[in-house]
Design a protein around this ligand. Structure first.
Ligand code: PMP
Length: 355
């Protein structure tokens, strides 16, 4: 018990971010960052006179960055919302679109933050089980009359649902917001952002943290009908209008202008993912088919916890979740080819040791 914390937060279980240990040099395959650096334009932008401009507040409307995103994606600037990482957008969306009788609904196994936000705002929520093979069953979300949040691809499985399935969910929940979290969409998924023109209840959330190598800059963006974007702006202007700093704004703009570089990196990561899956299968792993920059895999003989710990002791960080249903698995971020070769070699050593 804390002496000062508001009663309603006393039992809140906060989100646990992936570890960032500093005790030795690790190959970091635990937080789905990109192995590739930001593009040259981003480096130039943050080293420029913009640093001197830090004495001035950032543009709360983020006009230049919105314009660049609008051009690249072929939408209007008032269909775009920008925030301090996509976590910020998820946070605001749980605040804005559920409560007062509207429950939140999301898959039982998904991004751990959904439950934290639901509890933070004291919402009633339903966790919808995945099927036996860890798929989201779209029918389970039809006519729920809840604020629905689905990661597509899902985390930590990397599995996707189709555009048609999402249309079914949107059409059967016309009075509620359906948020599709596309943090990992650039690694082989199909974005549903073009549907915002037709479906006023659709909010599509993306991030610069994964495919655009800017996790440390904290920049997320969302597509939606004007009305939804203006709802989110109301929350932003009621909390922190300057929630994206100047350096991140110029970095984001440069990244959008150098989109090709990032899409090439995604192709490399997809090829490295194929290599990793193939090698893991040779080592008796069950690997779930992933369209993200990570794979979720379990070994037939060694437990997830053991693999996680042995790999860590040998300088490789992966993510392990203690949740009963997924405790046999580890989630492995796809790094550069050399990192994945080192990972596979280390897994071989670990498996040899237990023989
Ligand atoms: N959604 C999902 C599914 C994620 O895995 C993450 C990354 N942890 C996020 C959103 C948040 O990413 P960010 O705040 O860095 O944009």
């Amino acid at each position: 018990m804390s002496r000062f914390l508001n009663e309603k937060y006393q039992k809140l279980e906060a989100y646990t971010p992936g570890e960032q240990p500093r005790d030795m040099k690790y190959i970091k395959l635990n937080t789905n960052e990109s192995p590739y650096p930001p593009s040259q334009g981003v480096l130039d932008a943050v080293n420029s006179i913009e640093a001197a401009n830090l004495r001035l507040y950032s543009d709360p409307e983020c006009k230049n960055l919105k314009k660049a995103i609008a051009e690249l994606y072929g939408v209007e600037t008032d269909n775009i919302y920008l925030s301090n990482g996509s976590d910020d957008i998820l946070n605001f969306s749980f605040m804005a679109f559920a409560g007062n009788g509207v429950k939140a609904a999301f898959p039982e196994i998904s991004y751990g933050f959904y439950k934290v936000y639901a509890e933070l705002y004291g919402l009633d929520y339903v966790k919808i089980p995945l099927t036996e093979d860890f798929s989201v069953n779209p029918q389970d979300y039809n006519s729920l009359n809840c604020f629905i949040v689905i990661a597509n691809p899902n985390a930590p499985t990397g599995k996707t649902i189709s555009k048609d399935d999402i249309i079914g969910i949107l059409e059967s929940n016309p009075y509620n917001v359906v948020l599709i979290d596309e943090a990992y969409v650039d690694f082989g998924g199909e974005s549903v952002y073009p549907l915002i023109k037709e479906y006023k209840n659709l909010l599509v959330v993306q991030t610069f943290s994964k495919s655009r190598s800017m996790a440390g800059a904290r920049l997320g963006f969302a597509f939606g009908d004007k009305e939804l974007i203006s709802d989110l702006n109301k929350i932003k202007y009621s909390t922190n209008p300057y929630n994206i700093n100047r350096l991140t704004l110029v970095a984001g703009e440069a990244a959008i202008k150098e989109n090709e570089y990032y899409m090439e990196n995604c192709k490399k990561i997809i090829a490295t993912r194929d290599y990793t899956v193939e090698e893991l299968k040779k080592l008796s792993f069950d690997v779930i088919d992933s369209k993200a920059n990570f794979v979720f895999a379990k070994n037939c003989t060694v437990s997830g916890q053991y693999l996680y710990e042995s790999l860590k002791s040998k300088g490789i960080l992966v993510r392990h979740f203690s949740d009963e249903k997924i405790k046999d698995y580890i989630r492995i971020t796809i790094g550069a080819r050399e990192e994945m070769e080192a990972f596979i070699a280390t897994v071989k050593t670990v498996l040899e040791e237990v023989k």
